[in-house]
Structure formats: structure tokens, C-alpha cells
Design a protein around this ligand. Sequence first.
Ligand code: DGL
Length: 287
Amino acid sequence: MLPDDSHSPIAVFDSGLGGLTVARAIRQALPHESIVYFGDTARLPYGSKSAPTVLRFARQCLRFLMQLQPKLLVVACNTVSATALETLADEFPVPVLGVLQPGARAAVTLARSIAPGGPCRIGLIATEATIASNAYPTAIAHMDHRVHVVGRPCPLLVPLIEEGRSADSPIVRAVLEDYLASFTGLNITAMILGCTHYPIFASAIADVLGPRTQLVDAARQTALEAHGVLDGLRQLRPPGKRGKFTCYVTDQGLRFERLASLFLGHEIGQPTAVAAEMLEAAMVEQA
Ligand code: DGL
């Protein structure tokens, strides 16, 4: 008989706090599952780094998470999903689910529901690395060639979010108006928030874009796909008590607990700190 992994946790990883928006959706869809979250807060942002560096950091974090014996690794970071997912998926013995394919699928479904017949144009805001990878337009073209993607990097948003700036502060509003002005007049029907941090500013983004542009909910789609993967493997945890939530970070930061609660939608306990140097050293040992 195969070992029963249904009680193992789901591991969720991001460069920082952003992946908590995905962890939140997973908790809503799969409340009995335990989640271990890893935020590489000492080394973010990933979005302005080169693809080899992003791969190296992500590999280190996922190797750390593997020690906790997860049944599924969720890469809740678009930057890693866009630049390194296939390599990582080949390296680990458990399924590795990114956010880009689910995000692209959710975008195409939404776009088709708004414009069922002909071509349509959707927007994409993301980190510089995600935009440069061209991964979203490529994935979407494979799903539906009538959906055209117009992308724009928004590098200031992650630092503003990690700083704890509120969506309705004047500085956030000014930055959003500047970035989103490039979509004016393009008849964008849907907007992909192609960075897991951005849903924290969703209300302000929706307000600046206006009522004719709908936001894509990639986190919910990722949670549904996590459910599908575990169901397919018969590894869903049977209903019972609510699953545990445990958090690891490479830097505790002064605002971490307050912001993490905001991202996740409930209080979290003190996260465990893991030194980035230790992750590097573990790689050298294994090499
Ligand atoms: N949250 C990450 C993403 O979805 C990126 C943030 C960063 O630049 O580190 O792309």
C-alpha cells in the first residue's frame, strides 16, 4: 500500500508577503489542509533580479521546505513561475504548482465571458522579470490566440506593499495612476494582477482602471488547481479540524506580523526565522 500523505502540509513559497494572498485562497478552498509558508523576505524583491539568481534563491527555499515533507509545493510567486518553474518542477519529487498557468487560465475564462465572440485585449501588470519573460502572453496565446495581452512592469508596487503603505494613500494612488495611464484608451476588458503582492492594492487598481476593466482572480484559480492536483493523487486531507498555518521567513522585519495578518486575513503566530546564509550553505553542502 502507498504511504498516506494526506496529512502532510501544502508548502507555499514567495519572495515575501505576496504569496500569502495565495495561501489565503488555499485556506478558503481547503480549510482542513495544513500550510507551511516560506517568505524569502531578506532577499526580495525577486522581480528586479536576473533569472539565474531567481532560480538559485527559489531552489534554496524549496529545498528547505522539502525538509518539512510537503505533499505539494505551491510557487506563489509569478516571477519564479515565469522564469524557473519547469526547472524546479523537474528537481523535486512532489508536484510543483506555479501561479502563472492558473492566472492565465483565469484571465482567458474571464476575457471570454466578457467578449465571447471576437478578439479582445487584456492587461497585465507584473514585475520586470515577469514582463521580460513574456511567459503570460505565451501561455495565453496557447490557450486562446484571440486574447491579446498588453503588459506593463510596475516595479514600485512591491516595495510600497512590503512597506505597509495603504491602498488609499496618496503616494500609492499617484504611482498607480502613473503606471496604469499606459492602458488608457486600449479598451482593456480584464487586468491580470501578475504579481501575488498586487491583490493587496486591488481596490485602488480597480478604482483607477474604472468599471469597464475587471480584475482576474488568479489566487482562487491556483487554489482550485491545488485542490485538483491533490484530489487526483488522493491526497486531500479528510474533513476534520481546521489545518495549521506555520510561517518561515528569512527576515522578520518590523512590520511582518501586522502585514502578514492583513495579507492572510487572520492573525498569525510568530514566524520562524531561517537565515538566508544557512540556505546558501545547505546548497554548497549538497553540491
Ligand atoms: N510576489 C512576487 C511575484 O508574484 C514578486 C515580488 C518580488 O519582486 O519579489 O512576482
